[in-house]
Design a binder for this molecule. Structure first.
Ligand SMILES: Cc1ncc(COP(=O)(O)O)c(C=O)c1O
Length: 404
């Protein structure tokens, strides 16, 4: 007998850790932009697993690469070489114009790895006195959940009762280049920032901000680390969000869609200096760079480019944003977006964004709230114009309801 939704939820509540509050849908199958629940209902996925499924659910070519590699070789650890790692390095470095690649698994691991690397670079190359390296980060950042990372979060819920935390981080306002200039000291080794703050609610910085950030980092020999774990790999309508700003980071972090949602694969990309300072024994991961991950990531990158997903994200992103802007509903405070990274911020009086996400679920569209009042919309990059229009109809009707 099929398990009921109530049973799935009750079992999770009984045995699982209560560290998530999912929308009450139990998904059992996915294909392209759609997922199906255990009762056979179809939904348009407008979250894409927080932008990990940019290529669409269960992309057949990524699936084929995964199945083929899983039957040949899955893990050697880095104690030995494997025949997928070198081609993965080549293809990723060539696509992104990077000199060096450090493969890891989760996004948070890529962030931690970048922090270690720029600190080492600071001591060995820049000449910062040992133990004095400083990294500047932004208020309302989201870079993951490890202890090192939550220590420089400004969200009380994220930090509370998890300390003590590591020193060496300075927090400044996002989008304020003067604040960056004022915060830089001779011991500053890096500025770690998201090109668009995703979890904060798709916050796009003012025009010209990143050009000035780039200038300041270059002038003061500070490594600019762009966390493109969410914004990268086509999400904003360009391969990397930095391309909208006409700049190049010194260190770029990728994760999520690097595997098309099949497997945790992340990477630190950098110039020769930063990753060039690491030596055997100083950093690593049993699974990082494993042949299964590399084969999956190679296929995920290939379909992203060959199937025009980045260009489609740009086109459909404009259509989606224009459509959202045309919605005349008293509940809406602001609409934001770049490419298919979109958000609708509700007026506080409209009630919790979660209620609207639940109403969207009833209409066959899955989206997720972030903070109290923002609905985040990020469909797979394979979405068509007709599907965007259908999504807009559902969103329009939902936002015209009073769910306060
Ligand atoms: C910008 C950014 N950095 C890092 C992370 C952490 O990635 P992971 O959940 O794979 O550790 C996320 C996840 O949402 C993210 O959005």
């Amino acid at each position: 007998m099929n398990r009921s939704v109530t049973d799935f939820l009750a079992t999770e509540a009984r045995l699982g850790t209560y560290n998530y509050e999912p929308i009450g849908v139990v998904v059992s199958r996915g294909e392209g932009v759609f997922v199906w629940d255990t009762e056979g209902n179809r939904y348009l996925d407008c979250l894409s697993a927080y932008s990990a499924v940019n290529q669409g659910h269960c992309h057949p070519k990524i699936l084929a690469a995964m199945v083929q590699q899983a039957g040949r070789l899955t893990l050697t650890s880095r104690a030995f070489h494997n025949d997928q790692l070198a081609p993965f390095y080549e293809e990723l470095a060539q696509l992104t114009g990077s000199h060096k690649v450090l493969p890891m698994n989760s996004g948070a691991e890529a962030v931690e790895s970048a922090i270690k690397s720029v600190r080492k670079w600071g001591y060995v190359i820049k000449g910062v006195p040992d133990g004095e390296a400083e990294i500047i980060v932004c208020a309302n950042n989201f870079h993951g959940r490890t202890l090192g990372i939550v220590g420089f979060s400004t969200d009380p819920e994220t930090r509370k009762h998890f300390g003590p935390f590591a020193p060496g981080f300075k927090i400044i306002a996002f989008g304020d280049a003067d604040a960056l200039e004022a915060a830089i000291t001779p011991n500053t080794v890096a500025f770690l920032v998201e090109p668009i703050q995703g979890e904060a609610g798709v916050i796009i910085p003012p025009a010209g901000y990143f050009a000035r950030v780039r200038e300041l980092c270059t002038a003061h020999d500070v490594m600019l680390i762009l966390d493109e774990i969410q914004t990268g790999l086509g999400r904003t309508g360009k391969l990397l969000a930095e391309q909208h700003e006409g700049i190049e980071a010194d260190v770029t972090l990728l994760g999520k869609a690097l595997s098309g949602g099949f497997y945790p694969v992340s990477a630190v990309l950098s110039n020769n200096d930063v990753l060039g300072t690491l030596r055997p024994g100083q950093h690593g991961s049993t699974f990082g760079g494993n042949p299964l991950a590399c084969a999956v990531a190679r296929a995920a990158l290939r379909v992203l480019v060959e199937e025009g997903m980045i260009e489609n994200a740009a086109v459909q992103g404009v259509r989606f944003l224009d459509g959202l802007k045309k919605i005349r509903a008293n509940t809406v405070r602001e609409v934001r977006g770049r490419g298919l990274m979109l958000a609708v911020e509700l007026h506080p009086e409209a009630g919790r964004a979660r209620r609207y996400c639940e109403a969207l679920q009833a209409r066959g569209l899955l989206a997720k709230d972030t903070h109290e009042h923002t609905i985040r919309i990020a469909p797979p990059l394979v979405i068509t114009g007709d599907q965007v229009d259908w999504a807009l109809e559902q969103i329009d009707a939902t936002l015209k309801q009073d769910l306060s």
